[in-house]
Design a protein around this ligand. Sequence first.
Ligand code: NDP
Length: 330
Amino acid sequence: IKGLVLITGTTSGVGLNTLKPLLKFGWEVIAVNRSNKRAVEIAQQSLTDSQIKNIHFIEIDLSDLDDVRNGCSEILKKFKKPINSIICNAAVYKPRLRKPERSPQGFENSMAVNHFGHFLLINLLLDNILSSEKEIDLNGRTIKFKPRITVLGTVTANYSELGGRIPIPAPADLGNLSGFKNGFLSPISMANGKKFKPGKAYKDSKLCNMVTVQELSKKYPKERIIFNSLYPGCVADTKLFRDTPWLFRFLFPIFQKFITKGYVSQRLAGERVAQVATLKEYAKPAVHWSWGNRQKLGRKAFSQKLSKRIIDSNISRQTYELTRKLVGLA
Ligand code: NDP
């Protein structure tokens, strides 16, 4: 039986660049995107036909919880073998919105896509992935692989790092979660119930992604499944920045390459994600993997210290339980 990895958002950037190393390592891939047609066309531009044969394309718009439910039932019906590893990669970042965009369920959209969609997907596929521990075949080698869930986090959501304290428009902070507690529907748009700040909404959603990893790690024993997150480095030229001003898009990669030295190519970022999601040395529970904020050739990944806003058990439990309610699991 060949091993199976599911990844969201493979039409560009980090997700697209994770496909090649996964396929090279010998995995079969479920690529989850909001348009199969686009996802196939884009994959065809960078992969060979024999590589594409090992990708199954599934259509899910992560902003829509009904679509996540339908897509997950399709996955559970279609694949006779369980998934071994899930990578939550897709995201939206819209720092210039004046007012919040709303998901089909009425939630602020970046929280809906980045956190709610992935949270529901993980929960709906959890029994399936938990049942996957068995010997699998990778490029002719038989290995034992413990189920793994990897979530893309970011430096700007981690108050313990300088990049997480930048006050433009504000650091990530879920506050007392009153926005979630009060149903997170219009006019509420922020987890803390305060005024809409689009850049902060993205950071908060990534904070929730990282909190989810910490909370799931407490709920499920590390002997059965590994949850971790990572910051692949600043991949300053992906389409994530498509809604920033053109001058920012021009200057940001230059600034990251030559001033902060935090720049990482899309290819290297993709390789890092594929490694964290599949290699044995990254199978450590609740670790947030990072290669640091100044890139150095050959540097090994390390466990990045996380802020209290992410690891505080009261916040993570509350965020988890409130999210369960908001996505309709409780
Ligand atoms: P991109 O914008 O290049 O890729 C985002 C992917 O998410 C695309 O495939 C996009 O598909 C998909 N997506 C967006 N909305 C939805 C939706 N509603 N349903 C399903 N898929 C959707 O961004 P990056 O590659 O830069 O980002 C990938 C991940 O890496 C994100 O989680 C991001 O937070 C994280 N990250 C990125 C960093 C960076 O510097 N770029 C740094 C740290 C973390 P579509 O083509 O349909 O829009």
